[in-house]
Design a protein around this ligand. Structure first.
Ligand SMILES: C[S@@+](CC[C@H](N)C(=O)[O-])C[C@H]1O[C@@H](n2cnc3c(N)ncnc32)[C@H](O)[C@@H]1O
Length: 282
């Protein structure tokens, strides 16, 4: 009997537990960072749209699929058929030994990343993405996969993989050419930019995923802060950690996300949805 149970595919177990409903609870780390950012992601996706044309989104870092579902909901609502979401993720451990040694969520996250649960849960959670919006999945190192994707092919490219400095810088370099002119280049976890936090402080903590600014006590990702500072060379538009730029022939300009329709992710809990509306004053 034990052998029969142990050979049950994880995908079947997830189906048995949750039916077709997505699952982000327990210790899945399903909702990461300040998830109110998703309403701005949806606004950015609308800013990336061209009338009557399918919209192609590239997401670097998908974990168990929460951000992918927000993109999908926005495309289903506003984009024409033939649109797509391409997800690139390692679905394998990437946390440094230094961060794992801190224990807590880093150690837990790393243990989960050693299993196939995140990948299978991503597949389970994104099964609704089909039909008018296609889902393409690439599993592997972003630095290997991004160079194989077509340059200028994406209306929006979202960077949310590893937050360690070298990894973010590499992702920005490889991802930038994939955005079409007029498209949106954006990413997650830029809570503080260089300038708001001292460059010396950022450099001192550069081997860590997350730290606190000693002056203000605010938490931030030093790797994301330094990589964005070096790559863009200026302060960039950013709302509660979600950064966004419009690619132009000569570089990047600041897009406006105001006057876009509000999308509150349907896969969020009722409390999270209410928090999003409160944040927007709706
Ligand atoms: C912050 S999570 C993504 C969260 C997701 N965007 C969301 O909001 O639901 C970061 C993801 O990046 C992936 N990742 C880390 N390093 C990577 C690499 N070098 N190449 C591809 N994916 C990577 C991890 O496997 C993890 O799933």
């Amino acid at each position: 009997m034990a052998a029969a149970y142990s050979s049950t595919p994880l995908s079947s177990v997830l189906r048995a537990l949750f039916g077709k409903a997505p699952y982000f609870g327990g210790t899945t780390f399903g909702f990461q960072g300040d998830w109110r950012r998703h309403v701005f992601m949806a606004a950015a996706a609308q800013a990336a749209m061209q009338k009557g044309r399918p919209v192609h989104i590239l997401e670097i870092g998908s974990w168990v699929g929460s951000s992918a579902l927000t993109w999908a909901q926005t495309l289903r609502q506003f984009a024409v058929a033939g649109s797509s979401i391409t997800c690139v993720d390692l679905w394998a451990p990437f946390t440094t030994t230094g961060d794992i040694a801190k224990g807590g969520i880093y150690a837990e996250f790393n243990e989960l990343a050693k299993t196939e649960v995140p990948y299978e849960l991503f597949r389970h959670n994104t099964q609704s993405i089909s039909g008018a919006v296609a889902l393409h999945v690439h599993r592997g190192q972003s630095r290997d996969i991004l160079p194989t994707l077509k340059k200028g092919a994406y209306d929006l490219v979202y960077v949310d993989a590893s937050h360690y400095y070298e990894d973010v810088l590499e992702d920005l370099k490889h991802a930038a050419p994939l955005v079409r002119d007029g498209g949106i280049f954006c990413g997650d976890d830029l809570e503080l930019q260089v300038g708001e936090v001292d460059l010396a402080q950022v450099r001192a903590k550069i081997s860590e995923d997350y730290t606190h600014d000693p002056k203000t006590g605010r938490g931030f990702h030093p790797g994301v802060a330094l990589a964005c500072h070096e790559f863009f060379g200026r302060r960039i538009p950013c709302t509660i950690g979600f950064w966004y730029l419009e690619k132009s022939a000569g570089g990047y300009v600041d897009p406006t996300l105001i006057n876009r329709s509000i999308v509150v992710p349907g896969h969020f809990t009722a409390e999270m949805q209410a928090a999003c509306r409160t944040f927007l004053g709706r």
